[in-house]
Design a protein around this ligand. Structure first.
Ligand code: AP5
Length: 238
C-alpha cells in the first residue's frame, strides 16, 4: 500500500497525517528499544507493542502464560515462539494498530520473523515492515541494564549511572521507591546477550537482506537517537 505523504522528521506533518505502518525496533538488551518506542508513540500516535512488557504483565497478573514465562525470563532465555506469536497475534487484532505500531522486542527468532512476514502478507493491502536496528557497545549495554531502575507506580525508567533520579532510588514524579527488573543482573544480562547473539542477530540479517532496513547509532543522547530513528523510518517509507 502506498504511503499517503512523505513528511519531514521534525515538521508539522507528523502525528496523524503520517501512516507509519509496522515498525520493528531491533537490538540487544538495553539498547534503548523501549525508550525510542515511547518517543515514536508520542510523535506518531501509534501503539508500542513490547513483548517483554506483555510477558511481564502476564507474570504480575499470574496468568497461565505468565507462569510459563517467568522462569524462562528470569534465566535470560527466550519464551517459546508459539506462546509469543500467539500473544502478538492477539494484540494485533486491536483497533489501535490500524495506522501502524511499533514492535519492540519482536521478532526475536527467525521463526518469529517468518511468522510475522506471513501474517502481514495474508492481510490485503498491509504495509511491509520497516526495521531499525539500534547499535550500542557491550560495556554501555551492561551499564544501561545494571543501572536501570523503574518506578513501580508510573513506570518511568531511570538509570543510576546515566539518568539518575534527584533522590537516590526514589521516583522524581511521584516519590515512589524505584524497583529493579529481576533479569537486570549482570549474570542474567550475559545470558540474554548469548540468546541475542545466537537467536536474534540472524533476525537482524534477515531484515537487512529484505531491505527497508536501517542501522542507527544508539550511543548518543536519547533525543539524537530519536532523530535518527525517525529519519530512518521516514526515509524507508518514502
Ligand atoms: P524485553 O523486555 O524485550 O527486554 P530486552 O530486549 O532485553 O530489552 P530491554 O527492555 O532490557 O531494553 P531496551 O532495549 O528496551 O532498552 P531501554 O529503552 O529499556 O525482554 C525481556 C525478556 O522477555 C527476554 O529476555 C525474554 O525472556 C522475554 N521475551 C521478550 N520478547 C520475547 C520474544 N519476542 N520471544 C521470546 N521471548 C521474549 O533502555 C535501557 C536503559 O538504558 C534504561 O535505563 C534507559 O533509561 C537507558 N537508556 C536508553 N536509551 C539511552 C540513551 N540514548 N542514553 C543513555 N541511556 C539510555
Amino acid at each position: 500500500m502506498a504511503v499517503s505523504a512523505v513528511p519531514s522528521a521534525t515538521g508539522t506533518h507528523e502525528g496523524l497525517k503520517f501512516t507509519p505502518g509496522p515498525i520493528l525496533l531491533l537490538g540487544p538488551p538495553g539498547v534503548g528499544k523501549g525508550t525510542q518506542a515511547q518517543e515514536l508513540v508520542t510523535a506518531w500516535s501509534i501503539p508500542q507493542i513490547s513483548t517483554g512488557d506483555l510477558l511481564r504483565s502476564n507474570v504480575s497478573r499470574g496468568t497461565t502464560l505468565g507462569k510459563q514465562a517467568k522462569e524462562v525470563m528470569d534465566r535470560g532465555e527466550l519464551v517459546s515462539d508459539e506462546l509469543v506469536n500467539q500473544m502478538v497475534a492477539d494484540r494485533l487484532t486491536e483497533p489501535d494498530t490500524a495506522r501502524g505500531y511499533i514492535l519492540d522486542g519482536f521478532p526475536r527468532t527467525l521463526n518469529q520473523a517468518d511468522w510475522l512476514d506471513g501474517y502481514l502478507v495474508a492481510i490485503p493491502g498491509s504495509f511491509p515492515v520497516v526495521a531499525v536496528s539500534i547499535e550500542v557497545s557491550y560495556n554501555q549495554l551492561l551499564r544501561r541494564i545494571t543501572g536501570r531502575r523503574i518506578c513501580s507506580l508510573c513506570k518511568t525508567s531511570y538509570n543510576i549511572y546515566l539518568q539518575p533520579p534527584k533522590v537516590n532510588e526514589i521516583c522524581d514524579l511521584d516519590g515512589t521507591p524505584l524497583t529493579r527488573r529481576s533479569d537486570d543482573t549482570e549474570e542474567v544480562f550475559e545470558e540474554r546477550m548469548r540468546a541475542y547473539s545466537s537467536l536474534t542477530a540472524p533476525v537482524v540479517e534477515h531484515y537487512r537482506v529484505l531491505g527497508r532496513f536501517a542501522e542507527v547509532n544508539g550511543e548518543q543522547p536519547v533525543d539524537a537517537v530519536t532523530a535518527e530513528v525517525k529519519g530512518a523510518v521516514l526515509r524507508l517509507r518514502s
